[in-house]
Design a protein around this ligand. Structure first.
Ligand SMILES: NC(=O)c1ccc[n+]([C@@H]2O[C@H](COP(=O)([O-])OP(=O)(O)OC[C@H]3O[C@@H](n4cnc5c(N)ncnc54)[C@H](O)[C@@H]3O)[C@@H](O)[C@H]2O)c1
Length: 395
């Protein structure tokens, strides 16, 4: 198939590589010219796709990137994989989705299957994409992306793929496309079910992470180890699922997607109370971490050098979107500490660069493979938010 993908970020490039490997001809469209030039030079910007494989797709003609929306016309399948962030009031910002739909109206004159993989609330495909695209009778399906960057066990191929179409013909075409590189396709009765399933999955994670984050604070106040309790509870072979506490939640999904569900819940008059509370608990974790660090450092960190170790939102990825490390650093500075951060994967961030791993105090927020344990432990006081360093304070 000839496949055009709008947006060549984490999701779009992942699908592009999988579709190209399956023998499709893939055109990656993105509005960022520097990214497009880099991709055409065979240089990947995401962890799961090597430069070698990208370069081989470019060389074989199975993949090319472009900033010219004219490449979208003539595709059998057009996948939308653009950002769906929150606006300043934490409401859904569908401006990128709308601009992708408008590009399709403007440039695509031959009928195609249009699939939305961007995460959004139920009704987005029908009301914000299909209803907005005029002039050509396309097929429409929703297939929310479930990729977990950095996860080597569960990838696009072996993660079951949800599909909901506006018509049976759309589902059949989507099945043919995704069947070329996914092992299992699960058809649901409507695009709204597929869309809602994705945001419910992430809401489930957000709420359970908030629960263990609150529980970790209760356990600490009781003088027992929250992590030991959670591990003990996880020995129950049924009815329990293990989540781990940490400095908060980050990335493009968990802190954001549940607010899409809360938004539609409000519209239909049902308060999304769990989402609201989970947001509050997770957003308050950096303050809890800093309070514990102060207590553990003799009651004050004023004038001390503090190094925050691992500033991306999860292990072994360079993604700093919504990372709780940002609030941890800001709060440490507000309390008078001289704060640097150390993260070789991130390198530079917020106008600062990764500093050497040394200080009076070290706060381990995210642990990447290859952490210099000796350097960490040489710091005067270590606070571990990851539960991976024995014998030190932490959550
Ligand atoms: N990153 C994840 O782990 C993940 C997982 C599952 C689902 N999602 C969802 O997938 C969607 C995309 O996320 P992402 O992480 O790939 O974002 P991203 O920021 O990594 O990439 C988005 C890309 O889209 C481009 N873009 C923006 N507007 C465009 C337009 N009008 N036309 C063409 N390109 C445009 C940007 O330049 C950028 O390169 C979001 O809805 C997100 O919630 C992300």
């Amino acid at each position: 198939m000839r496949v055009a993908i709008i947006g060549q970020g984490y999701v779009g490039l992942t699908i592009a590589a999988d579709a190209a490997a399956a023998g499709n001809t893939v055109l990656g469209f993105d509005v960022n010219p520097a990214l497009v030039a880099q991709l055409n030079a065979g240089v990947s910007h995401i962890e799961g796709i090597s430069n070698n494989s990208l370069a081989s797709f470019v060389a074989s003609g199975n993949y090319s990137a472009s900033t010219d929306a004219a490449v979208l016309d003539g595709a059998d399948v057009i996948v939308i994989a653009v950002p769906t962030p929150l606006d300043g009031d934490r409401n859904p910002d569908l401006s990128y989705v709308h601009s992708a739909a408008d590009l399709i109206t403007q440039y695509v004159k031959s009928p195609a299957l249009i699939v939305n993989e961007s995460t959004s609330y139920p009704g987005t495909l029908r009301n914000e994409i299909a209803a907005r695209i005029t002039g050509v009778e396309h097929l429409y399906a929703s297939s929310p992306e479930r990729v977990d960057p950095g996860n080597t066990q569960w990838r696009t191929k072996n993660t079951p793929r949800l599909i909901g179409g506006l018509t049976p013909a759309a589902v059949a075409k989507a099945r043919e496309f995704y069947g070329s590189f996914c092992d299992e396709i699960i058809e649901v009765s409507s695009p709204e079910v597929a869309e809602a399933a994705k945001i419910f999955e992430n809401t489930f994670r957000q709420v359970n992470i908030a629960l263990v984050n609150e529980f970790a604070q209760i356990a600490d106040a009781l003088g027992i180890s929250g992590r030991e309790v959670i591990s003990a509870a996880a020995t129950k072979p049924y009815g329990f699922m293990e989540f781990k506490p940490g400095a908060g939640v980050g990335g493009h999904c968990i802190p954001v997607d549940p607010s899409y569900l809360a938004h539609v819940a409000n519209q239909v008059g049902v308060p999304a109370t769990f989402i609201k509370r989970a947001n509050e608990v997770n957003l308050a974790m950096p303050a809890y971490v800093v309070q514990r660090v102060i207590a553990g450092s003799g009651g004050s960190i004023a004038g001390k050098s503090v190094v925050v170790v691992g500033v991306s939102y999860k292990a072994n990825v360079a993604d700093t979107r919504e990372t709780p490390a940002a609030a941890v650093i800001d709060l440490l500075r507000n309390n008078g500490a001289t704060v640097t951060w150390h993260d070789d994967l991130v390198g530079s961030w917020r106008g600062e660069t990764s500093a050497p791993l040394k200080g009076d105090v070290a706060v381990l927020v995210t642990r990447h493979d290859g952490l210099d344990l000796a350097a960490l432990q040489a710091c005067g006081y270590v606070f571990d938010c990851t539960g991976t360093i024995a014998g030190v304070d932490g959550i």
